[in-house]
Design a protein around this ligand. Structure first.
Ligand code: SF4
Length: 693
């Protein structure tokens, strides 16, 4: 193990703040995941389906890419393909400079690990462009000048006191330990960046091959801001992040947030098809897609190709007993540089993308317990891949090439001896008896205590002593003894096995989830009842009313909040006469984006009962900013437009054809500081649905 890695581990283990922060994260994320998956009746079958979908895409990547890019270009998005990091950076710099040739340029970013991979921020700063991270966790680590320590919770290594002090020093605000106050500070500061940026840059969670859809999932709403407000949007996408169809997307949307944050669905899912179209009042006039290879094509040819199935949910990090102790910043290369991707998936990805000579040792930071595989929503066999990295199988498979094991000479000798014994049962039995007897006779404790000093292995956990009698001998003896007692072989095996992990499913909910929902007490098993229950559990409200009562209900809410002006869709997208009545009631109605307005009124194409989701299409007279900029979002939904699930909604023509569609599931939220749920980060803090029946 390189000295740099050893040192990083030691310092992580000695850091009390880090240990407390990691404990909180691991506990809540793991329990949240188990609870969220418990709400799926066929979770295991869904994982297998997701695995098959990803395997199909990686196997036939060229075909799906061609289909996807043809659709994307047909929608008016400019496509750029980058073979490596340097090309990707150059493309982005060229776009930025050509759109804003003179004066300072601000580029507002939503979280993308790919931009970390290509070291984009550094290149932008060198070129005089100011990158502003807008995800709360990313913003915090950017202010600290360090990389994210987790792929979905970048500031997971910090306590609230550290963030409070950071904001005090860097933003000049009074020191506080109140997480809601810190979040408000970030909201105020970053609003200026969203509104002033010439360019917005986002990642892409999925690209849908059949429709050319760019899919972006965020909880805070910053992803929506950077893809809607600046005049130019650049989407940065790894070439492997495809799904064949919208149906496959619905499957991934059910699994990814459950695994990553314990949510049934991410608060905002943007389905982007094109730049702003004629007659639309918001959305960027230019959209670019930068599709990055940077080693992915090469990985497809290696025994590590399964790592490309990854959908970056972060669950394997939260589940890994090593990551839970050392955190993301301890995963360093030989020269001490941070591994962009930490945890079990990072140990494989970093070796595959950036070289096993620099990062191959990270694969040894694993107990191979299998927790990562069990947590993975697409069932990637990470222990198998970690073993392959250890064995040096990181290069393209060619008959002439033999893998060079990535391990010290002593370990290689040991493995050879072990494989000899393991393939000869008698030899194995003898070796085990000798080891067991040695441990028993020669200074029973001290011998095992000295091993860590000699090998480094077991320095932070107990080394199990070998059994004096091999398992097979004990098995035979036990069977003989049980023969008269009628004990069956199956009963014996059951006794020897550890308890099933399913037993721990009854866990408390994640802070990003609601209380756990069911149908209304009256047992009315309707779409509306389920929709209401799900949305209310997420912090939204649902009011059922007649169309004739609608204006009065909305007026009443606005009056109670002291609101005189609203931003709204135009009359074509709302029930007839609604805006007229509001105006007569003294409300000024605007249709252009205006960040000073406190309430926005929109219609909704559909509601999704199983997740309490509103489906809101953009288009002429339907500004998406009405559901994004104001602190209160009021949506009008017809009762007959509630569907049971996402797949049904994805078959609607408008969802496939609108320039952009956003799925909204409750108010904007974050848990980036100490896993504490805070409502209303960048998007609205209140969502009220008026369901017209
Ligand atoms: S390997 Fe699996 S669990 Fe880990 S980040 Fe990727 S999808 Fe999630």
């Amino acid at each position: 193990m390189p000295n740099s890695f050893h040192k990083a581990i030691k310092s992580a283990l000695a850091d009390e703040n880090l240990q407390a922060a990691l404990d909180g994260n691991a506990e809540r994320r793991t329990q949240g995941r188990l609870t969220a998956f418990a709400s799926l009746p066929d979770a295991q079958a869904m994982r297998q389906r997701a695995h098959a979908v990803r395997a199909e895409v990686i196997e036939h990547l060229d075909r799906y890419l061609e289909q996807f890019l043809t659709q994307v270009q047909a929608h008016g998005i400019v496509v750029h393909q980058a073979a490596d990091a340097a090309q990707a950076v150059k493309i982005i710099l060229d776009i930025a400079h050509s759109r804003a040739p003179a004066g300072p340029i601000t580029l507002a970013k939503s979280k993308t690990m790919l931009s970390e991979e290509i070291h984009l921020n550094h290149a932008l700063e060198q070129a005089g462009i100011r990158p502003v991270e807008t995800d709360l966790g990313e913003y915090i680590v950017q202010l600290r000048g360090e990389p994210p320590s987790h792929i979905i919770t970048p500031a997971v290594h910090l306590r609230r006191q550290q963030v409070g002090q950071l904001f005090h020093e860097k933003l000049g605000v009074p020191y506080t330990e109140e997480i809601s106050e810190m979040t408000n500070t970030a909201r105020r500061t970053l609003r200026q960046a969203f509104l002033g940026a010439q360019i917005g840059l986002s990642g892409v969670n999925f690209g849908v091959a059949e429709t050319g859809t760019l899919v972006l999932m965020t909880n805070e709403g910053n992803g929506r801001m950077v893809t809607t407000l600046p005049p130019v949007h650049i989407a940065l996408m790894g070439m492997e992040r495809l799904v064949p169809s919208l149906d496959d997307l619905a499957l991934m949307m059910a699994l990814l947030p459950r695994a990553g944050t314990g949510q049934k669905i991410t608060v905002y899912v943007s389905l982007i098809h094109s730049p702003r179209r004629p007659g639309e009042s918001d959305g960027p006039r230019e959209r670019h897609l930068v599709l990055v290879d940077n080693g992915r094509s090469a990985i497809r040819q290696t025994p590590l190709s399964e790592v490309l199935y990854c959908i970056r949910c972060g669950a394997c990090l939260n589940a890994c007993p090593v990551f839970r102790e050392i955190g993301g910043h301890a995963y360093v290369g030989k020269q001490g540089e941070y591994s962009i991707y930490p945890g079990p998936v990072g140990a494989v990805l970093s070796a595959a993308l950036f070289g096993a000579s620099e990062f191959g040792h990270l694969a040894r930071a694993s107990s191979l317990c299998g927790a990562c595989k069990e947590a993975c929503p697409v069932d990637i066999d990470l222990p198998k891949l970690l073993l392959r990295v250890r064995a040096g199988e990181v290069s393209p498979v060619t008959p002439a090439k033999k893998a060079v094991p990535n391990a010290p000479r002593t370990l290689k000798l040991g493995i050879r001896a072990f494989s000899l014994a393991a393939t000869h049962p008698r030899l194995f039995g003898i070796a085990q008896r000798l080891a067991g007897l040695g441990g028993k006779l020669a200074a029973p404790r001290s011998m095992w205590m000295r091993l860590p000093a000699l090998t480094g292995w077991g320095a932070n956990k107990d080394i199990p002593r070998p059994a004096v009698r091999p398992f097979h001998a004990r098995w035979k003896a036990r069977r003989k003894a049980d023969a008269g007692g009628g004990r069956s072989q199956a009963a014996f095996i059951r006794k020897m096995l550890p308890p099933s992990p399913e037993r721990s499913l009854a866990a408390p909910p994640s802070p990003l989830m609601g209380e756990g929902v069911g149908l209304r007490p009256d047992g009315e098993n309707t779409g509306l009842a389920r929709f209401s229950a799900e949305l209310e559990a997420l912090g939204g409200s649902v009011t059922l009313c007649l169309e004739s009562e609608l204006a009065g209900r909305i007026l009443d809410l606005l009056m109670r909040r002291g609101i005189q002006s609203v931003m709204a869709w135009d009359a074509r997208g709302l029930p007839r006469g609604l805006l007229e009545v509001l105006r007569r009631g003294g409300i000024s109605v605007q249709h252009e984006p205006d960040p000073s307005l406190r309430a926005g009124i929109t219609g909704a194409l559909a509601g999704v009962a199983e997740t309490g989701t509103l489906v809101i299409p953009g288009g002429a007279g339907r500004p998406l900013t009405a559901s994004l900029l104001p602190e209160i979002h009021l949506a009008v939904l017809r009762k007959g437009d509630i569907y049971e699930n996402l797949s049904q909604v994805f078959s609607l023509r408008e969802v496939r054809e609108a320039s952009s569609v956003v799925l909204v599931s409750g108010p904007s939220r974050t848990a980036d500081i100490e896993m504490t749920l805070t409502i209303g980060v960048h998007g609205p803090g209140e969502v009220h649905v008026f369901c017209v029946g």
